[in-house]
Design a protein around this ligand. Structure first.
Ligand code: 5GP
Ligand code: ZN
Length: 117
């Protein structure tokens, strides 16, 4: 937990969000600036800076693996994602990461291009 972190505050309901899912160790909410018809941010409640070896440890393996399952669970509840979805983690400045609490973008409701921009 970090007192100054926006996503920690969102996960504690100290900053309002459009919540989609919550359990003991994960939280999901609508992105404020959606890039697709459905754009949900999934985070661990534990404050982890980014998906870099310096920031994660072996004990986080189950937690980070769980996020993949949470993403599939959320996607299965949206008709817009019945034909698929994209799950994205931006890590570090070159990727465009702006919030340094690890998070995964669950995007759906349109056809996505490859390679990504
Ligand atoms: P990043 O660029 O770090 O991968 O993603 C951060 C995401 O958080 C962006 O898509 C941005 O729109 C979203 N975001 C930033 N501030 C807020 C906020 O206060 N509320 C919500 N719901 N999303 C936010
Ligand atoms: Zn945080």
């Amino acid at each position: 937990m970090s007192d100054s972190c926006l996503f920690c505050k969102i996960s504690r309901d100290e900053v309002p969000s459009n919540k989609v899912y919550s359990d003991a160790d994960t939280f999901a909410f609508r992105d404020i600036n959606p890039q697709s018809p459905v754009h949900i941010i999934i985070i661990p409640k534990k404050h982890i800076n980014a998906l870099k070896l310096d920031d994660i440890c072996q004990q986080d393996a189950a937690l980070l693996g769980k996020i993949q399952i949470v993403a599939a669970k959320i996607a299965s509840s949206f008709s817009e994602m019945k034909n698929g979805f994209r799950l994205v983690n931006n890590c570090g400045p070159d990727s465009g990461q702006t919030v340094y609490h690890i998070h995964y973008h669950l995007l759906g409701g349109r056809i996505f291009g490859w390679p990504p921009g």
